[in-house]
Write a protein that binds this ligand. Structure first.
Ligand code: GDP
Length: 443
């Protein structure tokens, strides 16, 4: 996502930064290039026009021409304006008094059902809310069962299915159950259609009037670009949405939908779907997306992700061992596994600043998830005694471990070397006394 836009913008900025001073024609040239870059990223034309006009106005002004580093000032202005079109205010969900109703709307295939389950899971695990899921989709065969299955996987309750009931009857029953059984949040997954039609809108409006939702979220597929934006605009005109969930942000969408949504619909993107798994739903942070587009990396969300997936107990246990200077191969395995949970090296590295420029080198360096899997397999093939004391591992043991893990003796050697290096580093850090501080912050 955003890759080609980033490459284009980085090129413009690199040229600007090389100049000591900027003339108006330098700025005009840069603006022309930014305009093309945005259009190529499939950003809606009115958004592009507005954006370029605002940046130009500020860029030809005193603040840039007079500044010592004009190129960087332009980067800063572009960054600020990106944040502004993405929506600078907070995009928190506003949930009213229990049971708060969240109405999910969208076209078929946009990811509505998956997103409903992801949201339920998120509210349950992050905010400790008691959530009830209900599917009003009487159109698509098996839609209700699909939600039931996803609800189970999310460890969230779902309304029992009564075959033959219509959307409004299900809504009434869901509201009843939510009130009677003390649910905090009721998420209603509505029926989608292949395209917008009147029957769909009328049904949605009727459900909305009955359920009086605190949030009406439109689920839209980022890969469909401007179609997603138009869909959102029409849904907003017809039923009044309060926010947007943009799915498939993990795909290779060019970014147009993300950048145009707010400007065209007037409604904020509140959440983004970043994968098929049920934990792949994140709050939308305009600031961070803008930084990512400008290749400033996304360090903040990386740190958050790390804190979330890394098992705290394990991390603390590890920290204690490290403090004692004992870091054996079982500990290394635990650490490798935590790295895998963080989405593998690619997921982590992709969020670091400046990384798009060195992406190729990384691929050549062959740092990938498969390596982590292989390394865990090597450690799994060792005996407990070997894991405690790596010195036991002589040539014949190495051959046995390699055969057991489907790797080579060289692979085993590489892993042992890595472990030795980490042990050395731990010892040095222990001497410096900085370790406790490092881990005390929870990574
Ligand atoms: P619905 O018809 O709108 O209810 O769509 P579904 O929830 O059934 O989703 C359609 C497909 O999109 C499913 O295979 C989902 O796993 C997939 N999907 C949903 N959200 C995302 C996402 O954020 N990223 C990716 N890669 N796939 C998604």
């Amino acid at each position: 996502m955003f890759e080609s836009l980033t490459t284009r913008l980085t090129g413009v900025f690199d040229r600007l930064k090389r100049r000591g001073a900027l003339s108006e024609s330098d700025v005009a040239e840069a603006m022309r290039e930014i305009r093309i870059a945005l259009l190529e990223a499939d950003v809606a034309l009115p958004v592009v026009k507005d954006f370029v006009a605002k940046v130009r106005e500020r860029a030809v002004g005193q603040e840039v021409i007079k500044s010592i580093t004009p190129g960087q000032m332009v980067v800063k202005i572009v960054h600020d304006e990106l944040v502004a079109i993405l929506g600078s205010e907070s995009s928190e969900l506003r949930l009213g008094s229990p049971p708060a109703v969240v109405l999910m709307a969208g076209l078929q295939g946009s990811g509505k059902t998956t997103t409903s389950a992801k949201l339920a899971r998120r509210l349950r695990s992050r905010e400790r809310r008691k959530v009830l899921l209900a599917s009003l989709d009487t159109q698509r065969p098996a839609a209700q069962t699909q939600l039931e299955v996803l609800a189970r996987q999310s460890e969230v309750a779902s309304l029992p299915i009564i075959p033959g009931q219509g959307a409004l009857d299900i809504t009434r029953r869901a509201l009843d159950t939510a009130r009677r059984e003390g649910y905090d949040v009721l998420i209603l997954d509505t029926a989608g259609r292949l395209s917008i039609d009147d029957a769909l809108m009328e049904e949605l409006a009727a459900v909305r009037d009955l359920a009086r939702p605190s949030e009406t979220l439109l689920v839209a597929d980022a890969l469909t670009g401007q179609d997603a934006v138009n869909t959102a605009r029409i849904f907003h005109e017809r039923i009044g949405i309060t926010g947007i969930v943009l799915t498939r942000m993990d795909g290779d969408a060019r970014g147009g939908a993300a950048l145009s949504m707010r400007h065209v619909t007037g409604q904020p993107i509140k959440l983004v779907g970043t994968g098929e798994k049920l934990d792949a739903l994140e709050p939308f942070h305009p600031e961070r997306i803008a930084s990512r587009i400008l290749d400033m990396g996304d360090v903040v969300s990386l740190v958050e992700k790390a804190a979330e997936v890394v098992d705290r107990d394990e991390a603390e246990k590890l920290a204690k061992k490290l403090a004692k200077g004992s870091f054996d191969l079982s500990d290394l395995r635990t650490q490798l596994q935590q790295m895998r949970k963080m989405g593998g090296m690619k997921g982590i590295l992709g969020k670091l600043p400046g990384i798009q420029k060195v992406q190729k080198q990384l691929e050549e360096a062959n740092i990938d998830e498969k390596l982590l899997v292989r390394q865990c397999a090597i450690i799994d093939s060792m005996t407990p005694a070997e894991r405690r004391n790596a010195d036991l591992i002589n040539a014949s043991r190495k051959r046995r471990i390699a055969a057991g893990s489907g790797t080579t003796v060289q692979d085993v050697n590489r892993l042992l070397k890595q472990h030795r290096q980490m042990q050395d580093m731990m010892k040095r850090m222990k001497k410096m006394g900085g370790l406790q501080n490092l881990f005390g912050r929870g990574l």
